[in-house]
Write a protein that binds this ligand. Structure first.
Ligand SMILES: Nc1ncnc2c1ncn2[C@@H]1O[C@H](COP(=O)(O)OP(=O)(O)OP(=O)(O)O)[C@@H](O)[C@H]1O
Length: 190
């Protein structure tokens, strides 16, 4: 089922951020959201995640569906290691082998038993992406997930995300047209 955003309005302190927005996020597709800084991209995805409520308008297509997210900040459990951070969100029937495989494909295999607080920024980002991918979600929302990853890793992680998001809705906030193209995504420009 598509996600249908209908006549969405949102203000903060009397300042209109989202003004009568209409858009469709298609089922089984990747959709990128672009727009200049401060235009309301995060606000829009926060409404899809249920973290903000529109002042008026409707969002259809979210009922009974599970959503996972990569936020602008990593929001990991810093005192837990990589495996433990994944375990928090995944089904019990997922084996350690599967988690290990995912961590290796994120190039985190060598550090999987390290506490998150000891990891680099890029490693934390990849773990946050992994956590969103391992949760059995229908909809995955990612706010600038690939920012700061070096070129080679960037391409590899995009391919992994594309593969894992097959059959789901994936929404990616980005400032990069190159990412939109590599993801072969629909585009919403705010
Ligand atoms: N909870 C809030 N309270 C007050 N103002 C807010 C709140 N959330 C967002 N805003 C304001 O709404 C506007 C849009 O912010 P938002 O984070 O959605 O933009 P963005 O397009 O994601 O920006 P960026 O690309 O810089 O991340 C900004 O002016 C911001 O200050």
């Amino acid at each position: 089922m598509n996600i249908d955003l209908i006549n969405i309005n949102k203000s903060f302190d009397g300042e209109q951020v989202i003004n009568n927005f209409n858009g469709i996020i298609e089922e089984n597709k990747i959709t990128c959201i672009m727009g200049e800084s401060g235009i309301g991209k995060t606000t829009l995805i926060n409404m899809i995640l249920g973290l903000e409520k529109p002042d008026s308008g409707k969002i259809l297509g979210l009922d009974q569906r599970k959503i996972s997210a990569v936020f602008q900040e990593d929001r990991l459990c810093e005192e837990f290691n990589c495996i433990q951070n994944l375990r928090i969100v995944c089904d019990r029937n997922i084996s350690d082998k599967e988690l290990t495989r995912l961590l290796y494909s994120l190039e985190l295999g060598e550090v999987m038993y390290k506490k998150v607080s000891l990891l680099s920024g890029g490693m934390k980002r990849r773990l946050a992406i992994g956590r969103a991918l391992i949760f059995d979600a229908d909809i995955i929302v990612m706010d600038e997930p690939f920012k700061g990853l070096d070129r080679e890793l960037h391409a590899k992680i995009i391919e992994l995300v594309k593969k894992k998001a097959k059959g789901k809705i994936l929404i990616v906030v980005t400032h990069s047209m190159e990412e939109v193209k590599s993801l072969n995504a629909n585009l919403i420009v705010l």
